[in-house]
Every structure is written in structure tokens, then in C-alpha cells.
Design a protein around this ligand. Structure first.
Ligand code: CDP
Length: 219
């Protein structure tokens, strides 16, 4: 059975950074499941498909021409061969992603695509339901949490680094609204798996979180 480290948590909590560091350290594959939902949302917006159109979204999800190009330093996300790595990172796309992600048919359509990332020597999976739905048998499950304020601060910095313009108040509001939706939806709501290690990262550095995770993995 190919090992998986499932990392879940709300937005801006540092999952992406932790997962990339773990995957590099272990030399394992990386699944950024949020990018899949973001690309689906972007594609729906581009094609004027309503974000609550279950049938069309499920069809779009099944055939989504999405590839990850990990040859460069930064993983590139391609939609139909076009680099959309930047476009998918806006809060607008994040909000749209959380809307399409609340539809059960969409989640079912994307299930196998995510499970296909489970390849030797192992997988680090980043998302909302990695430990609770997609990889329920993962031997290691980690749930990161942090205050909304500190998550908004991190997201602000991340966007600034990418030179994407953002206002703090708006980011905080959008992050809070998105979390509410992710936590309260009927399907695959954001919550820790019963067997997950919960780490509150509010006052921890990236290095602290990495060290705690590695210690836990090696146990
Ligand atoms: O970057 P950030 O953590 O803010 O978000 P993301 O991981 O890119 O995910 C964007 C949205 O996709 C989330 O707000 C969720 O609604 C949805 N998502 C999901 O439902 N299940 C996943 N496994 C990953 C993301």
C-alpha cells in the first residue's frame, strides 16, 4: 500500500508551504487538490457556466484538461496547455472554487483524478478532505488550524510576493466567508479526521510546523 500524508485545514493556514517542504524532503509526489477546484472554477467562469449548474460542472470536472508541470522550480498549473498558475490564485477564483466544491457531483467526478496521484514512493496530499474522504486510509493525517487574522496576514503576504494586488480587509472577509462555506457544506465539510494530529499554527513559524510534522511522521 503506497503511503500518503494527508494534510487538511482552512485557507491561508500554511498547508501549501508545509506540503511542498514535506514532498521535497521525502522526495514524494505532491497533490495540490485545491488547485484542481480552482482550475475547475476558472474554466467555468471562462465558459460562462453558472457556479451552481450541477450537471454542466460535473461534466466539466470529468473532462477537465488539467496538468501539473513540476519541471520548473515552481509547479505550473496548465489548463488546456495554458499556464493559469497566476489566474487561479486570486481570491475571486478561490471564492468560485469553494462554490463549485460544495457540489457533491463535482467532488465525485474529481475523486479518481486525485487518487491517481498516489504513486511510489509516496504522496503528500494538500486539501480539505484528504484525510476524511479521498485518502481515508492514509497512515499519517495532519490538520492545520490558525486564527482568521493570522491566516489573512499570511495570504496577504503570499499575494504580495506574487505581486497580486489585495486589500487586507477584503482578504480577511473573503477568507472568513470561504471557511464558513467550507466548514458548513453538506458534502465533505472541512473538519479534522478523527485520527488526525491537529496543529495550531497561529504562533508557529514554518520551520516549527515542519519540525513537528516530521517528528510525528517518524513516530
Ligand atoms: O489556497 P487556499 O488554502 O486558500 O485554498 P485551496 O486549497 O486552493 O482551495 C480552494 C477552495 O477549494 C477551498 O476553499 C475549498 O472550498 C475547495 N477545496 C475543497 O473543497 N476540497 C479540497 N480538497 C481542496 C479545496
Amino acid at each position: 500500500n503506497i503511503p500518503v500524508i494527508a494534510v487538511d485545514g482552512p485557507s491561508g493556514v500554511g498547508k501549501g508551504t508545509l506540503c511542498q517542504a514535506l514532498a521535497n524532503h521525502l522526495n514524494w509526489h505532491l497533490l495540490d487538490s485545491g488547485a484542481i477546484y480552482r482550475v475547475l472554477a476558472l474554466s467555468a467562469l471562462q465558459q460562462n457556466i453558472a457556479l451552481d449548474d450541477t450537471k454542466q460542472l460535473a461534466t466539466l470536472a470529468l473532462g477537465l484538461p488539467l496538468t501539473f508541470d513540476s519541471n520548473s522550480d515552481d509547479v505550473k498549473v496548465l489548463l488546456d496547455g495554458m499556464d493559469v498558475s497566476r489566474d487561479i490564485r486570486t481570491e475571486e477564483t478561490g471564492g468560485a472554487a469553494s462554490k463549485v466544491a460544495s457540489i457533491n457531483e463535482v467532488r465525485v467526478a474529481l475523486l479518481q483524478r486525485q487518487r491517481d496521484f498516489r504513486q511510489l514512493p509516496g504522496l503528500v496530499a494538500d486539501g480539505r478532505d484528504m484525510g476524511t474522504v479521498v485518502f481515508t486510509d492514509a497512515p499519517v493525517k495532519i490538520f492545520l488550524d490558525a486564527s482568521a487574522q493570522s491566516r489573512a496576514e499570511r495570504r496577504m503576504k503570499q499575494l504580495q510576493d506574487k505581486q497580486i494586488h489585495a486589500k487586507f480587509g477584503e482578504i480577511l472577509q473573503e477568507i472568513t466567508a470561504r471557511d464558513e462555506r467550507d466548514r458548513n457544506r453538506a458534502v465533505a465539510p472541512l473538519k479534522p479526521a478523527v485520527d488526525a494530529l491537529i496543529i495550531d499554527t497561529t504562533s508557529l513559524s514554518i520551520q516549527d510546523v515542519f519540525n513537528q510534522s516530521i517528528m510525528y511522521i517518524k513516530e
